[in-house]
Design a protein around this ligand. Structure first.
Ligand SMILES: NC(=O)c1ccc[n+]([C@@H]2O[C@H](COP(=O)([O-])OP(=O)(O)OC[C@H]3O[C@@H](n4cnc5c(N)ncnc54)[C@H](OP(=O)(O)O)[C@@H]3O)[C@@H](O)[C@H]2O)c1
Length: 381
């Protein structure tokens, strides 16, 4: 995950996201029977969807930026034991990156253990989506270096093929991102990569990639109650091309939870994870702490009505948006854990009254699209 954080922006008038009918009432493609790896541990069928015809995922993906070191100390053995727990609860998909510290190695160790215990077969087998994030400046983008990069990920993750690789690029002026993607499609043809996705690409450049004939299945972007920029144009393009959005930042590093309801504003220096520090900037750009507290109060009312948590409501809101296949929620493996609470995301749907209450707050916030630009612009320029 790129580390550069968006800058706070002054308050301005409200965004006009292209709100469409929520997708929650539509059946998800081909749900399977509930997963039962152990008695009493299961997620509903609606927790799963087909990202592609040959890749079924849990719609809540476990995010591994949180093991990178900037979110507290992670003990490898405890982390891998925790991964096992997530998998047994039905959360069988992992999001990681080449630069998330030991994340790719953890996947390798974890999958070896699953395999030994015969828990990695069938539609609910584990899935691991890594990223290739070239350094700013791009570096050497030759067929050889790209191949080496992918071979390294395969070795670390102990796999013959990557399930899905997300590709990030820092500078659109440097058109070599198309060369890099071309090399990746060659590796896909050679069987090293099953599917290709992008991360933090905006609508214009996703279109350019599609026009170049690159077969993209996902774009991983920030999408939350605070950041609804994907609704402006990204989700429409994705729907046209059957590209799925995987959303991060959905609970803003835990800001959108009861932990911060009624709490005073904190400075970035008082926040103990890189994730919280990142989303503190988003809260400031969106409208500030007082408006954010109003949002949390409203979410609490909705959460109580459905007997779920504030975080559940925030995740559910994003899951019900057009083109969204999944939300990625970070897990500080072996440090903290929200398995039981997050399982409830699949127990309810938001109704029209809930959405109106949410819009009433969000309509008073700033226009992040105008301030930051389209998806991923905060990482560029
Ligand atoms: N492509 C990119 O550029 C990019 C950028 C950012 C993130 N990501 C991906 O998205 C993942 C998520 O990262 P994020 O930074 O956006 O964080 P996030 O998912 O918004 O927040 C993660 C934190 O939320 C808390 N949490 C989780 N479930 C909760 C619940 N039910 N109730 C209350 N708190 C809960 C936990 O905090 P505690 O541990 O303190 O309990 C957890 O560490 C990353 O790991 C990464 O895979 C990708």
């Amino acid at each position: 995950m790129p580390q550069q954080s968006p800058k706070p922006q002054p308050r301005k008038p409200q965004p006009k996201p292209n709100r469409q009918k929520p997708t929650s009432s539509k059946p998800q493609p081909a749900p399977t029977s509930p997963i039962k790896l152990q008695p009493q541990q299961s997620l509903k069928a609606s927790a799963y969807t087909e990202l592609t015809a040959d890749l079924q995922i849990c719609r809540l993906i476990n995010g591994m930026w949180q093991v990178s070191g900037s979110h507290g100390t992670i003990m490898p053995q405890r982390a891998i034991a925790a991964m096992y727990k997530y998998h047994q609860a039905g959360f069988n998909c992992w999001d990681l990156a080449d630069h998330y510290g030991p994340a790719e190695d953890f996947i390798g160790a974890f999958r070896r253990k699953l395999k030994a215990d015969r828990l990695d077969d069938g539609p609910h087998a584990s899935k691991a989506f890594t990223k290739w994030v070239p350094k700013p400046g791009g570096g050497n983008i030759s067929s050889i270096t790209v191949t080496e990069k992918i071979q390294l990920a395969l070795r670390r993750m102990g796999q013959a093929q990557l399930d899905l690789l997300h590709f990030h690029w820092w500078d659109y002026e440097d058109k070599r991102y198309l060369d890099a993607l071309k090399h990746l499609t060659d590796l896909q043809a050679a069987g090293k990569i099953r599917h290709l996705g992008l991360t933090n690409f905006d609508t214009e450049h996703l279109q350019i990639v599609l026009d170049a004939g690159i077969p993209i299945v996902t774009n991983q972007i920030q999408f939350s109650l605070l950041d609804q920029r994907p609704l402006v144009s990204m989700s429409e393009l994705c729907q046209q091309h059957d590209i799925k959005l995987l959303a991060y930042g959905t609970i803003c590093g835990s800001f959108i939870s009861s932990d911060f309801l009624g709490k005073p504003d904190l400075s970035r220096f008082q926040l103990n994870t890189a994730s919280l520090r990142k989303y503190k900037n988003i809260i400031e750009a969106w409208g500030g702490w007082a408006l954010f507290q109003e949002l949390l109060s409203t979410l609490k009312t909705i959460a109580d009505k459905h007997s779920v948590s504030i975080s559940n409501v925030a995740s559910r809101y994003v899951l019900e948006q057009p083109a969204v296949a999944g939300v990625i929620i970070g897990a500080r493996l072996g440090v903290s854990e929200h398995i039981r609470d997050n399982a409830r995301i699949f127990d309810f749907e938001l109704d029209a009254v809930d959405r109106e209450m949410i819009y009433a707050i969000c309509d008073r916030s700033n226009d992040l699209f105008k301030y930051l630009g389209d998806c991923g612009s905060e990482y560029r320029g």
